[in-house]
Design a protein around this ligand. Structure first.
Ligand code: AKB
Length: 318
């Protein structure tokens, strides 16, 4: 059977680039992009698009039947900083959207699910450096609790009902084409924009806060790779650790200064500092590398070059 894809949350930071790559890989007519908002953007204008509420089971079921969907990528979620401001809604959205797709797979209506987890599943008692795949996990944010719980349910649905659900614990993701929204790692996206537009930036994390990060191209590559991997290569059904690089605001500032020598970086930590302090500084992703062949293409230097090239050519051409 041909692969027919439904993306829920296609207009978000990951969804936008994932939709473009899936359309290029599987063909425009085989990818149904959905989001709760109908924006005037490439996701809406360059292929099939439907307005969908990730909490509406009947609507999702209807679309799955209408388009003969085989694979669902569930990208709708409230991220760490936004979730702290609205815990009840974050829990509702992050958990019940997952239950909807897990139950649709259990009912035999879809074959495969991609569901993103996050480094937020770890907490202050987790070993901070080279955090192992299996370790202490006591997340202290609503977002982290929802992702940790979601991982448990994914593994449960796989073991009890044979649901083929695949997942990655994304680090902070850095992209040029779509704004980041509501995360603790978002400073590492904004800093590139502000280097070009203002020549200065105030970081909401302190200078030595080290976090795991990844360029969006690598994240999209990993997402499609894990979904295309043969069944027997997916040995972890909670979620895979995934890593590319780690840096602090000070280190990324130094990398930016190589392109913009006048760039000025200052620090004004806010409530997101506490979230960042509860997360790992670096991640051991040897299971993903061994099981399904994950490798990253970008480090901080090559990512910085790619960010400035794309931002200058596509976003700020004058
Ligand atoms: C966030 O900062 O909330 C996200 C994440 C690490 O999952 N980018």
């Amino acid at each position: 059977m041909d692969t027919k894809i439904l993306i829920i949350g296609a207009c978000g930071q990951i969804g936008t680039e994932l939709t473009a790559k899936l359309r290029a890989t599987y063909g425009v007519t085989n990818v149904i992009a959905t989001d709760i908002r109908k924006l005037n953007n490439e996701v809406v204008n360059n292929g099939i698009f439907e307005v969908v509420n990730a909490l509406d089971y009947n609507q999702i079921e209807h679309l799955i039947e209408q388009y003969h969907i085989t694979d669902v990528y569930l990208m709708a979620a409230l991220l760490s900083a936004t979730a702290e401001k609205n815990p009840a809604f974050a829990w509702d959205l992050n958990m019940n959207s997952l239950f909807h797709v897990l139950n649709l797979a259990k009912a035999g209506k879809i074959k495969k699910i991609f569901w993103p987890s996050s480094i937020a599943v770890f907490g202050p008692t987790t070993p901070r450096h080279q955090t192992p795949q299996y370790t202490i996990m006591e997340p202290s944010t609503v977002y982290g609790i929802s992702k940790q719980t979601g991982e448990r349910w994914c593994e449960y649905y796989y073991k009890q009902y044979g649901v083929d659900v695949r997942s990655i614990r994304y680090p902070g993701l850095i992209s040029w084409s779509t704004e980041a929204g509501g995360g603790t790692t978002d400073y590492a996206v904004d800093i590139y924009h502000k280097a070009i537009t203002d020549g200065k930036f105030t970081s909401f994390l302190s200078e030595n806060t080290e976090l795991p990060m990844m360029y969006m191209d690598d994240a999209i590559k990993a997402t499609i790779q894990i979904m295309q991997a043969p069944l027997d290569q997916i040995k972890i059904r909670s979620s895979y650790n995934l890593a590319a690089m780690s840096f602090t605001p000070k280190q990324i500032g130094a990398a930016i200064t190589k392109h913009y020598p006048e760039f000025k970086l200052s620090y004004a930590p806010d409530f997101r500092q506490k979230i960042a302090d509860s997360w790992p500084a670096s991640i051991d992703d040897s299971s993903a590398r061994a099981d399904w062949g994950w490798t990253n293409d970008f480090d901080m230097t090559t990512m910085t070059e790619a960010m400035f090239k794309n931002l200058k050519e596509q976003v700020y051409p004058h």
